[in-house]
Write a protein that binds this ligand. Structure first.
Ligand code: AMP
Ligand code: GLY
Length: 416
């Protein structure tokens, strides 16, 4: 089977690593790829994930049988629709369903229409009605830009002036959602669908803030853990019953079913679990910890997804825990340096220690940094603490100037 992966992060390196273990793989390409995928696949660095026509052409010329799209931007731009029209199978939502991630207003209306638990919200597209509403607010509220914002589109605040400033900036080119602040703790659930039915994938959660104990600015995610130690079997069953099943029923009713991943971002409140957001893809760095736990052959599993035969397969999940720590460039998530030389002797061939490249490139000058999140160091172990020890042990084996990481990923495993 000839497979093409779209994206350039740690998530795509983890996907390439997993697909490359399949005996059924005849060829693997990554657009544009990174320094890590280069050792497993053929990178096509001249193509970018926003070049829909170029990617469809490449897929046809290479005889690709399955395209796996990692990031949200090409999905929102309609890459799956274009590939399917050209007769190429793809994993990911069509453009209409991609709005479940790319439009918070679309999603809020979808959830409210179908009576699915979520935060109460008000939406605005003009400054006057937004200002009038905000002037009536007291206490803590959450303001969100409706469209894609790479993790930077949400503000929690109890200060009217701060809410107004954030909203005015967002209203320049987008609509805004103002939501009640939900107290509780967060869990992410990943599902896989073939457009007919769905299965739960291993749960994972990321650590979003830059600073220890969840302080400081938001990032794309500085670490992740799977399974989620504070997600009990009973809670998972409740989430499946009260949220996941109704969502898939509603997707079916609205003609929004698709072949791919649907990620539920949840807040567990005293009144039960509620939906904060959907992502229509794997999270990054969540993918780097949950993919190594899935035992299924990815060519076989995703071929079945593409052909609407997921019901023939069980998702086989390892008992091992996985924990990932992101190694970032100095300055991230604000402006950061790039093109720094990296030295590492780590070969990524150990069973329980995996080094996924996120923002790297490999050229004539050797391995260099090319992004803000540079690596995800993943440890696997009999329990989360062993996984944590293994993950942190990799950090000493990778060097670049100004590298930093959160020291407390998984420190809350038993005291959440
Ligand atoms: P979102 O992109 O909607 O998932 O929001 C990003 C993050 O903001 C979430 O992971 C939560 O940590 C926080 N957040 C979003 N909405 C709410 C809410 N209604 N109440 C409390 N926290 C929220
Ligand atoms: N780690 C969160 C995301 O990928 O959106």
């Amino acid at each position: 089977m000839k497979v093409l992966i779209v994206g350039s992060g740690g998530r795509e390196h983890a996907l390439a690593w997993k697909f490359s273990q399949s005996k059924r793989l005849d060829g693997l390409w990554v657009i544009p790829g990174n320094g890590g995928t280069k050792s497993l696949a053929q990178n096509l660095p001249d193509l970018q994930p926003n070049d829909t026509a170029g990617m469809v052409r490449a897929a046809r010329e290479l005889g690709i049988e399955l395209v796996f799209i990692g990031p949200e931007v090409p999905l929102a731009a309609g890459l799956v629709d274009a590939l399917n029209q050209a007769g190429v199978a793809a994993i990911g939502p069509h453009k209409e369903a991609a709005q479940l991630e790319s439009s918070k207003i679309f999603t809020k209306e979808f959830l409210l229409k179908h009576g699915i638990p979520t935060a109460q919200a008000h939406t605005f597209s003009d400054r006057k009605s937004f200002d009038d509403f905000v002037r009536t607010l007291e206490g803590l509220w959450v303001v969100k830009k409706s469209g894609l914002a790479a993790g930077k589109g949400v503000l929690e605040s109890d200060k009217q002036e701060e809410i107004l400033a954030f909203g005015h900036h967002a209203l320049k080119d987008d609509s805004v959602v103002v939501e009640e602040f939900l107290e509780g703790y967060e869990v992410s659930i990943f599902t896989l669908s073939d457009g007919k039915t769905y299965k739960l994938l291993p749960a994972a959660t990321d650590y979003k803030k830059a600073g220890v104990a969840n302080t400081g600015p938001n990032t794309g995610g500085m670490g992740a853990i799977s399974p989620v130690p504070w997600l009990s079997k009973a809670l998972l069953a409740q989430i499946d019953n009260d949220l996941v099943k109704p969502v898939f029923k509603a997707l079916e009713a609205e003609g929004l079913m698709y072949k791919g991943i649907l990620y539920f971002g949840l807040m567990i409140t005293t009144k039960g679990p509620k939906i904060l957001e959907f992502n229509v893809r794997f999270g990054d760095p969540e993918a780097q910890v949950l993919i190594p736990r899935i035992q299924n052959d990815f060519c076989t599993l995703f071929e079945a997804v593409a052909q609407g035969r997921l019901s023939e397969h069980e998702i086989i999940v390892s008992d091992q825990a996985a924990l990932g720590v992101v190694l970032a460039a100095e300055g991230y998530p604000n402006a950061y340096k790039k093109d720094l030389p990296v030295t590492t002797s780590f070969s990524n061939h150990e069973a329980d220690r995996l080094l996924f490249h996120s923002g790297t490139k490999l050229g004539a000058e050797g391995l260099r940094t090319s992004g803000g999140r540079v690596f995800t160091c993943v440890g696997l172990g009999a329990d989360p603490l062993e996984a944590r020890e293994k993950a942190y042990s990799i950090i000493d084996e990778v060097r670049f100037d100004g590298a930093w990481y959160r020291q407390d990923i998984g420190a809350n495993i038993y005291n959440h």
